[in-house]
Design a protein around this ligand. Structure first.
Ligand code: AMP
Ligand code: MG
Length: 397
């Protein structure tokens, strides 16, 4: 029997090895409105109170609460965006709009719905308490407050907060640049008609899309034939222009599976075999992932090993997908001699998550990933599963 020289290691151990060899990239400054899905590299503090002045929470009248329900003499109006110039004396009121500064002298706002106006007299249908419908300065944010700590993933609310505090340029971790390529003498481009024995290259496009979605920018190296010379040239290109290299194919036990031997020559292979065949090396400190050629295996390996690494490089604290126990809707065949990530659709029903697989789970059948929102982590050492059993799922979408 031909044996691989690489020991088979468990997925979790391989993940730890990968993460031990990648670190967050240096920070760069970007305009705040281009920082979506990036990770803050420094703390952001507020330079001012929010609201910066006592602001009306409603459209109505600024009054003194101590005047009770007695009619008020209307002094004028205070609109949002203007400085407060009027002064509310006892027995008077000022018409006010939402977000306008509450004029000095007033300590409450009464909603327009509780008032009637005749000429310059305002009548109140109820009394108000001091502070009613007034947002005091600093109610939302206090000057000097830490609003976004370093390590925050920037979403829509965070973009809004950056605008609020006037932080128009923000330091974020650089996006990893990922070079993707496929290997194989049988590959042609998607726009070509394969000759007998050839197939279209799909992995390079799948992996580029997955890298993009993981927050990376992509350098396309094209596909390389199974020759040491072509592979070496492609690897060199990738290492010169990217932070990470991801290849597909050429990592099995065939004579032309040259990727790992070549990595031994130019770098350090940290593992060469996990149950889904990927290898991981570093070359001059740069992570290099050699993923399998079977389309499903390569995307699943990307999901399990490359995505967490790219997220760590991009500064994210959460590297892994959420996991949840799900109930199988039907029997699932599983071979006990290896773990498997079965592609599945998970749905919420009657307060529980249920899973059904996406059909035939062949490692070449990309259709098994279409519409899948979960990978069922079927463990090593245990055979078929029955409908109604619970398994652990990685929620991937
Ligand atoms: P390999 O890992 O190179 O032995 O390839 C395993 C299987 O995946 C073979 O059937 C290949 O033809 C197929 N394959 C390899 N690379 C690609 C690719 N880039 N796109 C689609 N299928 C591929
Ligand atoms: Mg091949």
């Amino acid at each position: 029997m031909t044996e691989s020289k690489y020991p088979m290691i468990p997925v979790e151990e391989a993940q730890q090895i990968v993460l031990a060899h990648v670190a967050p990239l240096p920070a760069e400054d970007v305009p705040f409105d281009e920082a979506l899905d990036r990770v803050l590299a420094e703390d952001v503090y507020a330079g001012e109170d929010m609201p910066p002045f006592a602001a009306s929470a409603k459209d109505g009248f600024a009054v003194r609460a101590a005047d009770g329900v007695q009619p008020r003499r209307l002094l004028g109006e205070q609109m949002a965006g203007l400085m407060a110039t009027l002064h509310v004396e006892p027995g008077t009121a000022v018409r006010i709009t939402t977000g306008a500064p509450v004029p000095p002298g007033a300590d409450a706002v009464i909603m327009v719905e509780y008032t009637t106006v005749e000429g310059d007299t305002v009548r109140l249908s109820k009394a108000v308490q001091p502070g009613d419908d007034v947002r005091p300065p600093g109610q939302d944010i206090v000057q000097g407050q830490l609003v976004l700590p370093a390590g925050t993933a920037i979403g829509p609310a965070e973009i809004g907060l950056l605008a609020t505090v006037g932080q128009v340029r923000v330091p974020v971790y650089a996006r990893p640049r990922v070079a993707t390529m496929s290997t194989g003498d049988e590959l042609v481009e998607p726009g070509e008609t394969p000759a007998p024995g050839q197939i279209r290259d799909s992995n390079r496009y799948t992996l580029a899309a997955a890298a993009h979605r993981a927050g990376a920018t992509v350098v396309d190296l094209g596909h390389a034939p199974d020759t040491a010379e072509a592979l070496t040239t492609h690897f060199g290109e990738g290492l010169a222009h990217a932070d990470v290299v991801v290849t597909s194919g050429g990592v099995s036990m065939g004579e032309l599976d040259l990727v790992k031997p070549l990595l031994e020559e130019i770098g350090t292979v940290h593992f060469g075999r996990v149950h889904i065949k990927p290898g991981f090396a570093t070359v001059d400190g740069k992570p290099f992932f050699a993923l399998p050629g079977f389309p499903v295996s390569s995307l699943v390996a990307f999901e399990v090993f490359v995505r967490p690494a790219l997220r760590k490089m991009a500064g994210f604290r959460e590297l892994f997908r959420p996991r949840h126990h799900v109930t199988l809707r039907h029997d699932v065949r599983h071979s006990a001699d290896r773990p498997e990530f079965a592609r599945a659709i998970v749905e919420w029903e009657d307060g529980r998550l249920f899973a059904r697989t996406t059909g035939f789970q062949g490692s070449g059948r990309l259709l098994s990933l279409v519409g899948a929102n979960a990978l069922l982590a079927l463990p090593h050492g245990r055979g078929d599963f029955r409908a109604g059993e619970k398994v652990e799922a990685l929620l991937i979408g």
